[in-house]
Design a protein around this ligand. Structure first.
Ligand code: FEO
Length: 398
């Protein structure tokens, strides 16, 4: 059944959602699924903007052919070559033999790597500021390297003031009931997934995102059409504001994150004591995670959200507990920064975990550690340790 929707005038949504996939990029859990957005502009020349993941190919084709109503596609604009959007390009080239493939030089090179020399024969190479007229519409191109791959560009429709924003302004989550963000309670239903998507997918490239936001600030925007998640036609400033905060590694909300690893419960006991101590000091927004239970993508997202974090970990095989090491290496890989951090280490002999946690986090910009050294728990935390732990709570609240 055709599930395409009109976005505005002759711009149509022809993408589809996948609710079966367990792990996006085979790494990030997506309990709410994900949408792969593709757009068809039915101008004098017909333009398709990006394709979809092969998992939703049949729905995509059903939407495309129904919208075309017997017409053909003249141009395929490719904003991003990652296969969740570009997987169908080899196939769609066969189906529409006169169609040109529009992209910058790196896009054409990457597409050739994926699909062979037939791409070069069909290429229409564009650069920043070039204009493609298709009748009523005039498309121009905004380069957006590293948001999220180096070839990425965005396409701006100067006629309708619409930005096809590639991965930017996307989110995990299948579309359920509407293609528009303003038809949902985005804050409640989507924001956590949008933050987890941003921080895990492009979080490392905040400076590049800032550069693109600066360019976007200079153009009139009526709509943002991302490659994942709902379309923005109202309240664009709200979501752009979130991006400005995330891209600059700013604090989105006051709060304290506690991430702990605990093998037999002794370190968890200390984490619980510190959570209570923070609560007694008036902290309202405390979020505790057992790193063995919660996927690191969720914890990393909250690390970007809040301004302060407390990490507690036992020593394991003379190293760092593996699940904690994974989380901290993820933070390092995503260039997490500008945060206040307290560390608690534990173990029975050769305690190393505090030093190892600090080594990883010290490589990140503007991490302020509480105390000269991590706080040490030898085997079990007794009441005699309360004053030392209280001091950590006091410093975190400051
Ligand atoms: Fe949604 Fe970077 O691909």
């Amino acid at each position: 059944m055709n599930l395409s929707k009109v976005v505005v005038d002759d711009i149509h949504y022809v993408g589809a959602s996948d609710r079966r996939l367990a792990l996006f990029e085979n790494i990030y859990p997506i309990d709410r699924g994900v949408s792969y957005n593709s757009y068809l502009v039915m101008d004098e020349k017909v333009v398709l903007l990006d394709t979809v993941d092969h998992s939703v190919a049949s729905q995509f084709y059903e939407n495309v052919y129904a919208t075309l109503s017997g017409r053909t596609i003249d141009y395929l604009i490719v904003n991003h070559v990652e296969p969740d959007h570009a997987a169908m390009i080899g196939d769609i080239l066969e189906k529409f033999p006169a169609m040109k493939v529009v992209g910058n030089q790196l896009i054409i090179r990457f597409l050739t790597q994926f699909f062979g020399s037939k791409i070069e024969e069909r290429a229409y190479v564009v650069k920043e500021g070039d204009v493609l007229e298709t009748g009523k519409h005039k498309f121009t191109f905004v380069m957006a390297p590293m948001v999220h791959w180096p070839e990425v560009m965005m396409t701006y429709d100067m006629t309708d003031k619409v930005l096809f924003s590639a991965d930017a302004f996307g989110t995990f989550g299948a579309l359920s009931g509407s293609i528009f963000a303003d038809d949902y309670e985005f804050d409640k239903e989507w924001l956590d997934d949008a933050r987890r998507y941003y921080t895990n997918i492009v979080g490392k490239y905040g400076l590049k995102v800032q550069e693109v936001l600066k360019k976007a600030g200079g153009i009139e925007l009526k709509m943002i059409l991302p490659l994942h998640g709902p379309i923005w036609r109202k309240d664009l400033g709200y979501f752009i504001g979130k991006y400005l905060t995330w891209a600059s590694y700013g604090v989105e909300e006051e709060g304290i994150l506690i991430a702990y690893a605990s093998i037999y419960g002794n370190t968890e006991n200390v984490a619980s004591y510190l959570a209570l101590a923070l609560g007694e000091r008036g902290v309202k927004n405390i979020h505790m995670y057992d790193v063995s239970k919660t996927d690191p993508s969720y914890i990393l997202s909250d690390c970007f959200k809040y301004g302060k974090a407390l990490f507690l970990s036992p020593t394991y095989n003379l190293g760092l507990f593996p699940k904690m090491e994974t989380l901290l290496l993820e933070l390092k890989a995503h260039l997490w920064q500008k945060r206040k951090v307290a560390l608690v280490e534990s173990g029975t002999w050769s305690i190393q975990s505090g030093k190892l946690m600090k080594e990883i986090l010290s490589s990140l910009p503007e991490i302020e550690f509480i105390g000269e050294k991590p706080f040490t728990i030898k085997s079990h935390a007794g009441d005699d340790m309360k004053s030392g732990l209280d001091q950590i709570a006091d410093e975190l609240v400051k």
